[in-house]
Design a protein around this ligand. Structure first.
Ligand code: ADP
Ligand code: MG
Length: 724
């Protein structure tokens, strides 16, 4: 089969109908999760109470109760045909890990029975020496354990009962994404509650919420398989732009192609059965790019659900003859993919802390949290950028189509005006919600219309959108936990500092609202001057301005990671109990190592493809032209009529030489980099190699334009990017 057969085959593929269960979505929503409804059905009263105390109150679950829970889970799971169980965790790789054990055990009579007890539910010891740990665990002491996270419900995938777990070393260091996230969520609640109590003494807990928007590309699986680069690295390392890509803006929100719609439907059904509230689906900006988003939920659970969805996407896509690309930049010249993290805080009494309140008191509470979030983002802007930095997200950041490599916050006109106004009025001035028509009520007011109608600025990496902040710099294949841990921890630190500032004002005998406002004013002044920016985040002027404001403009990913071990970060993470300094150092080792390996793999694939695929095709074409020229000379006795061919030959020869030189240089650079022992220095060397990719890519993309279309070995952008 040649390339044309593959393209034709992909074009002719018809949609495979989605399998939608009978009845309404609400009939099968959550049927594969062990939620409250199933708990009540399958657990006895005492066990149920013990479990709920554990989930809601953080009380430990004793062995007897754990046995009871396991028994109930087993009964429920076996009714769904489950034969295996796994502790499901999120190591420091991309994606999740699972090691399945069947439920069987000897029954003592020569046969087997299905067993699952509290011990197997609560804790396991996978021999996990091959997971990245940054030197925390040497291979000879491969001990680490997974421990059940009862706050995220157990679920069924195919024949397996999956138990969400944290993954920790025996000495207590986190070896995964979930552990620090849970610590950060506790920290932010512990820090936010005392502030909420200034407004409502009844508040006991504050929740962090996450609504992720997952962008992705779909490509036909046959075309995918014909591209070594896509198969191995998840992105195309070469490829000339298609004449038409996204310039007509005709893909965004356009009608969803039937094959894609069927895939989306199957994905939604699978998600809904797992209790994942998938809500929105649409075409994105780039051709073949799509998005899906659930209704937001508690951050730990929402993040688990995102991990599950990413896994589901991969398997369900194959049924429809697609491969999902979760890479941040699969195609050059068109938009890359991100994963907007919509984030907010709310109390156990249902108050949204980042949305305007019902009255002046509620509004002051809102402004308090709003301003403190901005202060945290300002203080840790470089760290927040580091929290989303990866080898793959680097191709998207600062590339004029995604968040810039500078973390600033967008407030919009209304909130900017509110903050400015607050600086000019007495501290006891009430913040009112003004009527829709904007009739002036008080001195500081939020127009009613704003509440569900905020303005947008797509170029901002951290934008306020009416009742939440949208952290837009997160990469599409990332685990949201990295960004969410850092953000929640930074906010926790800030809220604690702020509470201390308020206490100081209160001890001067001020009324609570005045004390709060007096503590807020210097922060407001500072954030307006530094982190708040509503202009074009892609412009060169902004970069200059950001440097003046002291914001971080670093673009080298390995250097960004250094932020994690800076004194201010270590202090923040240790104070909030999220990471120890040892954790941070170890994690940076993992990050640099992962960075090196990613770039190394890409570079190897690039050089091999250049030498094995591209140059042979170019030489074949060159030989063809040479033959023609030689024939012409033979027949006509001169080369006068071959001017065009000769010029083409010259161009092709020059490009072949260029490709060979660049490929050799890259190989040599790799050899030199591989000799470096130090993880950070090695990552810096590999960063240089990554920076040299375009130099090798350029002559190859030019060759694609010149070489006979029939001889080109790889599916082209124009063939891969348009699903019929
Ligand atoms: P848009 O693309 O316009 O930004 P979407 O509808 O695609 O919006 O996604 C917005 C996401 O934000 C959804 O997941 C939504 O549930 C979530 N969201 C809405 N309100 C909040 C909130 N208060 N906290 C966190 N996430 C929220
Ligand atoms: Mg969206």
């Amino acid at each position: 089969m040649d390339r044309f057969d593959l393209v034709r085959e992909s074009f002719e593929k018809k949609a495979v109908p989605a399998e939608v269960p009978a009845g309404k979505t609400s009939d099968y929503f959550g049927e594969l999760v062990f939620d409250h409804k199933k708990m009540s059905k399958y657990l006895d009263a005492a066990t149920l109470k013990a479990l709920l105390d554990c989930i809601d109150g953080g009380k430990p679950l004793d062995r007897k109760a754990a046995d009871g829970v396991a028994r109930g889970m087993k009964e429920w799971a076996m009714e769904h045909g489950v034969t295996h169980v796994t502790h499901w965790f999120q190591p420091l790789t991309e994606g999740t890990a699972e090691k399945h054990d069947s439920l069987i055990d000897y029954d003592g009579k020569g046969g087997v029975i299905e067993t699952f007890d509290g011990k197997a539910l609560v804790q396991q010891e996978p021999d996990a020496s091959s997971f990245p740990s940054g030197g925390i665990r040497a291979t000879f002491e491969a001990r680490g354990y997974t421990a059940w996270d009862p706050t995220s419900p157990v679920f069924i995938l195919d024949d397996t009962l999956c138990i969400p777990t944290v993954f920790i070393s025996y000495t207590g260091e986190a070896l995964d994404y979930k552990t620090p996230l849970k610590r950060a969520l506790k920290a932010v609640s512990d820090a936010a509650v005392p502030i909420c109590r200034l407004f409502d003494p009844g508040v006991k807990k504050v929740y962090s919420y996450l609504g992720w928007e997952q962008e992705y590309f779909l490509v036909d699986e046959a075309l995918y398989a014909a591209r070594t680069d896509l198969m191995i690295t998840g992105r195309t390392l070469f490829g000339h732009n298609s004449s038409k890509n996204q310039q007509l803006d005709d893909h965004y929100f356009a009608a969803i192609p039937p094959r894609v719609a069927a895939f989306m439907r199957d994905l939604e059904v699978a998600g809904h059965r797992l209790g994942i509230p998938l809500k929105t689906r649409h075409n994105e900006v780039a051709p073949n790019q799509f998005e899906l988003a659930p209704i937001y939920g508690e951050t730990n659970l929402a993040n688990d659900q995102n991990q599950i969805v990413m896994n589901l996407m991969n398997s369900i896509a194959r049924k429809h003859g697609f491969v999902v690309l979760l890479h941040e930049k699969p195609f050059d010249g068109v938009n890359g993919s991100g994963k907007h993290n919509n984030w907010s805080l709310g109390t156990d009494k249902g108050t949204q802390l980042l949305a305007p309140g019902k009255d002046a008191k509620g509004n002051l509470q809102f402004v308090t949290f709003f301003v403190n979030v901005l202060a945290a983002v300002q203080k840790h802007n470089a760290l927040l950028k580091a929290s989303i930095a990866t080898a793959t997200n680097a191709y998207r950041l600062g590339a004029n189509e995604a968040p810039p490599a500078i973390v600033s916050a967008f407030l919009g006109r209304t909130m900017t005006d509110v903050l400015r106004k607050l600086l000019t009025v007495p501290s006891d001035t009430p913040i009112e919600i003004a009527g829709k028509k904007g009739k002036s009520l008080g001195l500081v007011e939020i127009p009613e219309i704003f509440v569900d109608n905020t303005d947008r600025n797509r170029t901002s990496p951290f934008a306020f959108t009416g009742n939440r902040f949208e952290f837009r710099a997160v990469g599409s294949c990332a685990n949201c936990a990295s960004a969410m841990t850092t953000l929640n921890a930074a906010v926790a630190e800030q809220l604690t500092d702020f509470k201390a500032a308020v206490e100081k004002e209160l001890s001067a005998g001020k009324k609570t609202n005045v004390a709060i406002m007096d503590a807020l004013k210097p922060i407001i002044k500072s954030v307006i001057d530094v982190v708040c920016f509503d202009g074009n985040g892609y412009s060169e002027e902004w970069k200059e301005e950001a440097i003046k404001r002291g914001l971080d403009v670093e673009t080298s990913v390995p250097k960004m990671f250094c932020e994690f071990t800076k004194p201010s970060s270590v202090e923040m993470f240790t104070k909030t109990g999220v990471y120890t300094e040892k954790d941070l150092i170890a994690r940076n080792e993992v990050k640099w190592d992962t960075y090196v390996k990613k770039v190394q793999i890409e570079s190897r694939v690039m050089v091999r493809m250049a030498l094995n695929h591209i140059i042979p095709a170019a030489l074949e074409y060159k030989a063809k032209i040479l033959k023609e020229v030689s024939l012409t000379k033979e027949i006509y006795g001169g080369l006068d009529t071959c001017a065009t061919e000769l010029r083409l030959l010259e161009k092709i020869s020059a490009l072949i030489t260029d490709v060979t030189t660049k490929a050799t240089e890259m190989k040599e650079a790799r050899k030199a980099a591989n000799k470096i022992e130090d993880g950070y220095e090695k990552a810096l060397a590999y960063h240089e190699i990554a920076e040299s990719f375009p130099a090798l890519r350029r002559p190859i993309d030019k060759l694609e334009e010149l070489v006979d279309n029939k001889m080109w070995p790889l599916p082209k952008y124009r063939e891969m990017l348009f699903i019929s």
